[in-house]
Design a protein. Structure first.
Length: 259
């Protein structure tokens, strides 16, 4: 008999509410087969709970924080009120992408008429070799089977995974802009600004990301960073602005972000 896999204290977990009682809600931990837990009424909200069903209901999907784990009693205590809005969004997105990744692998197996054992071996291999399988499936939409070059799988599996990725993954783009002012009174000022903008466009970018810089009217320039993730776009935009201003400073000029 296999030993149940439990979450660790402090982990975030996706759960489905199974039963609501006067003192809390019983849930099934979706990522841990056969494991259930309890959200005590005191852990539902930071405010007084008058009607428990205003906070949880049967069938509801929640992101919860693990407070205590008692393996001997098979008991897991959870909290809803200690999960921040950002944690909820990030965890739910991670879980949905994990489910989508499993769906892509299953679909590839069906195309190849592979048995369940072989498909599961491929899933485990991808999980072991890739930091984030779903991101590789995103890359496969644009790059095809080349996205799996770093994984030891057959060309047939690489092709099938790429084909299913194209049918199941919709690439989304996050785009952020900023306005910068660049000035340099040195004799070579115009060339210095041009160099600063060229260097800014050459900063290291996430795969598939783009940077556009265009003049609004000297000394103001618009910078646009486009990536697959909002956080990546934010970081890329920051790097571009910092590179432009640092380069210009080296020529005796000044640069600053105005919006």
């Amino acid at each position: 008999m296999s030993v149940p896999n439990y979450p660790e204290v402090g982990d975030l977990a996706i759960a489905t509410v199974k039963r609501v009682v006067d003192y809390g809600g019983y849930v099934r931990l979706d990522e841990y087969e056969g494991i259930e837990g309890l959200i005590h009424i005191s852990e539902l909200s930071t405010t007084w709970v008058k009607n428990i069903r205003e906070h949880v209901r049967e069938g509801q999907k929640l992101v919860l924080k693990v407070l205590r784990v008692d393996r001997e009693r098979a008991q897991v205590d959870l909290s809803l009120r200690r999960v921040t809005g950002r944690e909820k969004t990030d965890k739910m997105l991670e879980w949905k992408r994990s489910k989508k990744a499993d769906s892509i692998i299953k679909g590839a197996g069906e195309r190849l008429k592979a048995d369940a054992e072989t498909t599961e071996k491929i899933r485990l291999l991808l999980s072991e070799k890739l930091e984030n399988p779903y991101e590789t499936f995103q890359e496969a939409v644009e790059e095809g089977e080349e996205a799996f070059a770093k994984v030891e799988i057959s060309p047939e599996w690489a092709t099938a995974l790429a084909e299913v990725s194209r049918s199941k993954v919709k690439l989304e783009k996050a785009s952020l802009t900023a306005t910068i002012e660049l000035t340099c009174r040195a004799p070579e000022g115009i060339e210095a600004i041009r160099t600063a903008l060229v260097n800014a466009k050459k900063v290291k970018k996430p795969r598939g990301a783009t940077v556009r810089i265009y003049a609004i009217g000297a000394p103001r320039y618009k910078v646009e960073a486009t990536t697959r993730e909002y956080s990546e776009a934010e970081a890329l935009l920051k790097s571009v602005v910092e590179e432009a201003t640092a380069t210009l400073k080296g020529f005796g000029g000044e640069g600053r972000r105005t919006s």
